[in-house]
Design a protein around this ligand. Structure first.
Ligand code: ATP
Ligand code: MG
Length: 205
């Protein structure tokens, strides 16, 4: 077979495959018709949980939607994401933590802080004005038992029907994964930090 005959054959094969693929994709798009608020859980040990959530914040704001963000655990208020998004008129941003549990070293205080933060989150979860809500690092409040699991899960499920909700943090409980519509587990293959590179502005905060 000449070179060009081989190429023609490959091109024809590719076209047939793509036609078949397009038919499958069109059929699956036609099946996915439901319109409703989705609950997404972004978990795992790899980097990219919060930044994924903030990517969705950018998308939502780009469409003129109203967004609410609650950041639990962490207390730093000098992040690029906060500076950028809290200046947006449709974005409300709350930093509700006292710092990492290994810094506070005080369970009672962590619980009080978590409850106060949860009240702020509840204000969003009961208000249909918020089209997208991000509860960054909420998983720790459940895995450390700082908040009552049933109360939290019930509230996540009882939110307004069209409200999207993103929950991030490592070690998401099975019960939380169960009630979510989308769950992504971000795997840590390697991270610059373990090679001695400190957290970088614009990349890590
Ligand atoms: P990011 O906010 O960058 O998306 P994340 O939300 O997935 O990270 P967190 O558990 O919130 O991860 O970690 C916050 C900080 O720790 C960030 O500076 C992040 O880059 C860093 N980090 C995330 N994963 C790892 C890891 N596997 N090893 C070391 N540092 C990490
Ligand atoms: Mg994070």
């Amino acid at each position: 077979m000449t070179h060009s005959a081989t190429t023609d054959k490959r091109n024809q094969y590719h076209k047939t495959r793509m036609e078949r693929k397009k038919a499958q994709i069109d059929a699956s798009i036609a099946r996915a018709q439901d319109e409703k608020g989705v609950l997404l859980v972004i978990t795992g040990n790899g980097k990219g949980k919060s930044t994924s959530a903030f990517g969705m914040v950018a998308r939502a704001l780009g469409h003129g939607l109203n967004v609410g963000v609650c950041q639990f655990i962490k207390s730093r208020t000098d992040t690029g994401e906060e500076a950028f998004f809290s200046a947006h008129p449709n974005c409300e941003w709350h930093v509700l933590g006292d710092g990492f549990t290994w810094d506070t070293q005080n369970r009672e205080q962590d619980i009080r802080t978590s409850r106060k933060g949860w009240e702020v989150a509840m204000g969003m979860l009961t208000n249909p004005r918020y089209d997208l809500v991000v509860l960054d690092e909420l998983t720790y409040l459940l895995s450390y038992d700082y908040l009552d699991q049933d109360t939290v899960l019930d509230a996540l499920l009882a939110r307004p029907e069209n409200q999207h909700l993103v929950v991030t943090g490592r070690s998401a409980l099975a019960e939380l994964r169960d009630i979510a519509d989308t769950v992504s587990e971000i795997r840590d293959e390697k991270h610059a930090y373990t090679a001695g590179i400190k957290a970088q502005k614009g990349v890590d905060y």
